[in-house]
Design a protein around this ligand. Structure first.
Ligand SMILES: Nc1ncnc2c1ncn2[C@@H]1O[C@H](COP(=O)(O)OP(=O)(O)OP(=O)(O)O)[C@@H](O)[C@H]1O
Ligand SMILES: [Mg+2]
Length: 244
């Protein structure tokens, strides 16, 4: 089967926040198509709307206007229950700050998303163990997040994101809080996920991640721009300096 060329389709996407009378246009009319089984890197300066975009695609937030389709299903019109179900079935999300539950062990954290899928407890445990082993943490199953290094916590978060075998994996600066070696490990995991047929979308500033990308999205002030436009703006401060 050929990969779906519009596995993710965004039309006129807007996300505005109202803050004490002023309106922040986090996303200001974004149109994007992302093919299935691609590795997309989202780049942009701080505040350009990268996290906002990922949260909307991941069904963790609602747009102010516009349409979001994932695998032909329209996300922005789903009710909360349908969205939660779709999210669990289709998507895995890796956050910059790991977002593990501090009172739970690594194993419980990984097993957590399966609680809602009607999987029996014994099977959940088995599956969570499998995933922890895959990320090289079989011997840390009973550790709480505070008893794990940053790199290990992020690997637990990767295992948790994969526990329902999602077709689509989102990661928001997954290496931002990691040392170099742990960062490389996480990048390699994301690259492997892509190779195994998943569609991967990563927000990153990390040039080492960019070489895995099959396509890139550039955001400036809540708008998707071409690489040329992006480079021109990125160079502006430099030119200003040279201009004296
Ligand atoms: N909950 C919120 N309330 C108000 N404004 C918000 C909220 N979340 C984000 N914003 C604003 O929306 C814009 C886009 O934010 P977003 O988090 O998407 O940026 P980003 O590209 O991920 O930045 P960074 O690289 O710093 O993570 C910013 O100007 C931000 O201040
Ligand atoms: Mg962000």
């Amino acid at each position: 089967m050929n990969p779906n060329p519009s596995f993710i389709r965004i039309v006129g996407l807007q996300r505005r926040y109202e803050m004490g009378g002023t309106i922040v246009r986090a996303l200001d009319g974004v149109d994007i198509d992302i093919a299935e089984r691609t590795f997309t890197v989202v780049m942009g300066p701080s505040g350009s709307g990268k996290s906002s975009l990922l949260y909307l695609l991941g069904g963790l937030d609602r747009p102010t206007a516009g349409e979001i389709y994932v695998n032909g299903e329209r996300l922005d019109q789903m009710d909360e229950n349908a969205l939660a179900r779709f999210r669990r079935k289709t998507m895995g999300f890796i956050f910059q700050s790991f977002n593990l539950i501090s009172s739970m062990t690594a194993l419980e954290n990984v097993a957590f998303p399966m609680q809602f899928s009607g999987t029996p407890a014994a099977r959940r445990n088995e599956r969570a163990k499998e995933l922890l082993a895959q990320v090289g943490l079989a011997d840390r199953a009973q550790h709480k997040p505070s008893e794990l290094s940053g790199g290990q916590q992020q690997r637990v978060a990767v295992a948790r994101a994969l526990v329902n075998d999602p077709a689509l994996v989102f990661a928001d600066e997954p290496t931002g809080n990691l040392d170099t070696q742990s960062g490389v490990t996480i990048m390699q995991m994301l690259a492997d996920l892509h190779k195994s047929g998943r569609t991967v979308l990563v927000v990153t500033h990390d040039p080492r991640m960019v070489r895995f990308a099959t396509n890139k999205i550039f955001l400036l002030d809540g708008k998707a721009v071409s690489e040329a436009e992006y480079q021109a703006v990125a160079l502006e401060p430099l030119q200003a300096n040279f201009g004296g």
